[in-house]
Design a protein around this ligand. Structure first.
Ligand code: NA7
Length: 485
């Protein structure tokens, strides 16, 4: 069989899409197009620009291994800085010509003659031999179904679609949601607000960290001067951080207990008011939900103009929010920090695979894939940061690079003429998912709390293994797990 250059379309130009474009370009693939629905690259860092936005992972870890940045201004970078970094990486590595912005894919249909047909929102049709969905996890804002929300007289803004023209100074602000976003936005808006009410359905453990601390002077110059040292340091920190997080989250140990004790200590030491402390104390183990890190929230919520509201929201009125105990609190602005539909992946795009299988049917019991990247019934389609990605433990940039390298090996087989289609078997996918379910047993995510890690069926959509296992699983393809033609 004689091979040819595969036509590859990557959907999404966030962390996963940028990494995939880079890896495929480095492996010599010349027909790669990245379609991005946003007007700029960066994915979640393009769409999110609410006040107080910072990454909850230190910047020296949260960056591309192939493009480490020496001059992070802060140890925990702001959203603006990270968005800028992504743009710079794309420009400096010459990836921009591969990326088409403002191009949303609405339909992705497998043509039984052996290729994918993509339709864009503008009505254009594109053909690809392979499609790689790098569509992200924290992508589709979740808007809760609260009675009366549509009747509120003032602005209602979701944090993931922040209106930069919104003036919050001197206003009465209601913030709903207490994940990382709610905690950051309350901390940022509280000082200039007339009043801020934080509506908390479930309390969060909050680890104290000096998030706005600046990177030590001189570090940037040293790292820029010695790139090899910088890369080595990056690997040490990213791998060390992943190992530590994997350890504390996936099995009970003294290290897990130590981090949990630290979370309890943060609350005890920082909140002296016993009544407030009782309201802030969660009824589940620290680390069960995605851990919130903040250096300022406890101070903000303890301020005179802030109130923590734990009563259930009954309804939104034209002028504010009424809770189930009958209390009405006036508000000028409602901020929804209510997170994301984290298990949509490429949907609501219409995705139809072999024998007209619809992804909604294939995933009727929740998203499932083989080793985060391949889905039975969907030949020549891969995901990067797909189901069971390690969003709670291992570097997502590293995971993206490893997955893209794995996919590249399949593309090389196509190019060499060794295959025209590749589709993971149902058996291999079931085996992988059974192993995942077993490994979830001792994880801290399985200790009884509600979080965006859980699918509707209660499955934990995370990676319960360590990085070494990930390297083994994505090191090289196992043809026995696939149907090849
Ligand atoms: P999260 O962590 O999913 O938080 C969403 C919050 O919204 C959470 O506190 C929810 O309460 C709350 N929520 C959702 N629906 C409602 C209703 N109907 N009423 C009251 N409260 C509600 O999203 P984030 O954006 O903060 O963070 C996502 C990730 O981004 C984060 O983990 C970091 O990795 C970065 P619940 O806890 O479900 O009771």
């Amino acid at each position: 069989m004689s091979g040819r250059e595969p036509r590859v379309i990557v959907i999404g130009a966030g962390v996963a899409g940028i990494t995939t474009a880079y890896v495929l370009r480095e492996r010599g693939f010349t027909d790669v197009t990245v379609l991005e629905k946003g007007s700029d690259v960066g994915g979640v860092w393009y769409w999110n620009h609410y006040p107080g936005l910072r990454c909850d992972v230190p910047s020296q870890i949260y960056q591309f291994g192939f493009a480490p940045k020496p001059d992070w201004q802060h140890t925990w970078a702001t959203g603006t800085t990270i968005a800028r970094y992504h743009r710079d990486v794309v420009d400096q590595l010459g990836l921009a010509p591969l990326i088409r912005l403002d191009t949303e894919v609405t339909d992705l249909v497998w043509d039984e003659t052996g290729h994918w047909s993509l339709t864009t929102a503008a009505g254009e049709t594109l053909i690809a031999d392979f499609v790689i969905c790098a569509t992200g996890v924290l992508h589709h804002p979740f808007t809760p179904d609260i009675p009366g929300l549509a009747d509120f007289a003032g602005p209602v803004v979701h944090t993931a679609r922040w209106d930069d023209d919104l003036d919050t100074t001197g206003k009465r602000i209601a913030v709903i949601g207490t994940g990382s976003t709610g905690v950051q936005v309350v901390s940022a808006l509280q000082p200039d607000a007339s009043s801020i009410d934080h509506y908390v359905r479930s309390a969060q453990w909050i680890l104290w960290a000096p998030m706005s601390i600046r990177q030590l002077p001189g570090i940037a110059a040293v790292l820029a001067r010695f790139p090899a040292l910088h890369r080595a340091l990056y690997r040490m920190m990213a791998f060390g951080g992943s190992a530590l997080l994997t350890d504390v989250t996936t099995r009970p140990s003294w290290r897990r207990r130590a981090v949990q004790e630290y979370a309890r200590l943060c609350l005890r030491i920082q909140v002296r008011d016993k009544e407030l402390r009782a309201k802030l104390e969660p009824d589940y183990q620290p680390l069960c939900k995605r851990q919130v890190v903040s250096g300022s929230y406890y101070r903000a919520i303890g301020s005179g103009n802030a109130e923590l509201v734990t009563a259930r929201i009954a309804e939104v009125t034209a002028g504010g929010i009424r809770t189930a105990d009958g209390t009405h609190r006036d508000a000028d602005i409602i901020v929804l920090a209510t997170g994301f539909a984290a298990h949509n992946y490429m949907r609501p795009m219409r995705l139809i695979g072999r024998d007209r299988i619809d992804i909604d049917d294939a995933w009727a019991k929740g998203p499932r894939a083989y080793r985060m990247t391949a889905i039975p019934g969907f030949p020549n389609l891969f995901t990067v940061l797909g189901p069971n990605s390690p969003t709670g433990s291992i570097s997502l940039q590293y995971t993206s690079e490893l997955t893209a390298g794995y996919i590249a090996q399949w593309l090389e087989k196509f190019r060499a003429g060794e295959l025209t289609t590749v589709e993971v078997t149902e058996q291999a996918t079931t085996r992988f998912n059974d192993d995942v379910a077993t490994a979830m047993g001792p994880t801290v995510w399985n200790t009884g709390c509600n979080s965006w890690y859980l699918t509707e069926d209660g499955n934990i959509d995370l990676w319960p293994f360590d990085r070494t296992t990930m390297n083994q699983m994505l090191g090289s393809p196992e043809p026995a797990d696939f149907h090849l033609t």
